[in-house]
Design a protein around this ligand. Sequence first.
Ligand code: FES
Length: 138
Amino acid sequence: MTGSRIATVDEVPADGSFLFTLRRVEDGEEREAVLLRLEDGIAGWLNYCQHFTHIRLDKGSGAPVRDGEVVCANHGAMFEKDTGLCTYGPCEGAYLNPVDLEVRDGTVYLADEEFEFVRVGPTERDPTDLSSKSNIEF
Ligand code: FES
């Protein structure tokens, strides 16, 4: 669904990511996403790796950014912030899943028909779900 306000541009850190939760319109499933600051705007990606696509990039506080690229906290795959392309790691050559955004007057809005905005921050994480904290599934 389009038009929901997600954050101001200033809330998106230059050296990290802004974590938020969406709901997929098709099946009602909650999915996490991140906003990343670019030199000339903001990019939005679902917060799931392309190595194991059910595994989040982060460990609970948003995907880390190193040397201008998003890093999967599990096995260190690196993704370009602007294109989502994996430049290093087990899924090299794959792309993160995009979230369509609109930036207007310093504010970031959801512009993706596939999703509804739910909240700032993560989905309710199941403490028994080891996929969000384990890195032994190489
Ligand atoms: S799950 Fe991301 S690099 Fe393995």
